[in-house]
Ligand binder design. Structure first.
Ligand SMILES: Nc1ncnc2c1ncn2[C@@H]1O[C@H](COP(=O)(O)OP(=O)(O)OP(=O)(O)O)[C@@H](O)[C@H]1O
Ligand SMILES: [Mg+2]
Length: 235
């Protein structure tokens, strides 16, 4: 569904991504793990069209999306929940969640999409009329992921969905991600902490200084002392 092939990206004349190749098939949970500064967010920003690669391709269903504006990429069905969540403070929770049904009318009908988001994050119903600026970090994460869902995205990019969350809230986000995958959506998730990688992840890529140094199953990663040395305590 999504294929990054030999993607190389510079920011201000510094090479940040060095020929990375990553694939996500429909319905798969793929994790991109790497230390702070490895290039995870840069990968997501390149997929979403905020950055233009020096070379290499980003393809969605075998068609290149390089050079398309961000809103077109979202309309094609990639939902992005950035690291810092970006919930609209002036809108309430319900409005934040409904917004993508306006910006991307194609897909299932709005009611179905909104119902699906609340089904995955039932706690958000209690906050429906709460202003976006009056939420905790964990609540903002849920709104941000729910909003990627109401886009009816076939593929979700989740940048560190567990970052900064208390252990108490992590299970509800984790259950939400498992439900999203069960619905058949592909997910590419970035993490800096190996302990946050769900055991049901289909594959895992380790990013180190802009290079993919390992690709395989979570079990293979755990079995490799070299990989574990790099990513254990990577947070
Ligand atoms: N706008 C920018 N200007 C200059 N350098 C940048 C910019 N954005 C990112 N970088 C650099 O690119 C590298 C990769 O950053 P990126 O945000 O992709 O890392 P990350 O893997 O997401 O890290 P983290 O786990 O801290 O979120 C870092 O060295 C960072 O300093
Ligand atoms: Mg990041």
């Amino acid at each position: 569904m999504l294929a990054l092939d030999q993607l190389t990206v510079d920011i201000q004349n510094s090479r940040i991504l060095r020929g990375i190749s990553v694939e996500v098939a429909a319905g798969e949970l793929v994790c991109l793990i790497g230390r702070n500064g490895a290039g995870k967010t840069t990968t997501f920003r390149t997929i979403m069209g905020y950055l233009t690669p020096v070379s290499g391709t980003v393809a969605l269903k075998n068609a290149s999306i390089v050079g398309l504006p961000t809103h077109k990429i979202a309309q094609l069905g990639i939902g992005y929940a950035p690291e810092e969540s970006q919930v609209f403070g002036d809108l309430n929770v319900a409005e934040n969640i409904e917004l993508p049904t306006w910006t991307r009318p194609q897909g299932r009908d709005a009611k179905t999409r909104i119902a699906m988001a609340y089904e995955i994050f039932p706690k958000l119903r209690d906050y429906a009329t709460r202003g976006g600026s009056q939420l905790s970090g964990g609540e903002r994460k849920m709104v941000s992921i729910a909003r990627a869902l109401t886009l009816d995205a076939e593929l979700l990019l989740l940048d560190e969905p567990f970052e900064g969350l208390s252990p108490a809230i992590i299970p509800s986000i984790s259950d939400g991600i498992a439900s999203i995958r069960r619905l058949g959506h592909g997910i590419l998730m970035a993490e800096s902490n190996i302990h946050h990688i769900p055991e049901y992840a289909d594959s895992l890529y380790v990013l180190e200084r802009g290079e993919i140094i390992f690709a395989g199953t979570p079990a293979d990663a755990h079995a490799s002392s070299e990989v574990m040395n790099i990513i254990s305590g990577a947070a």
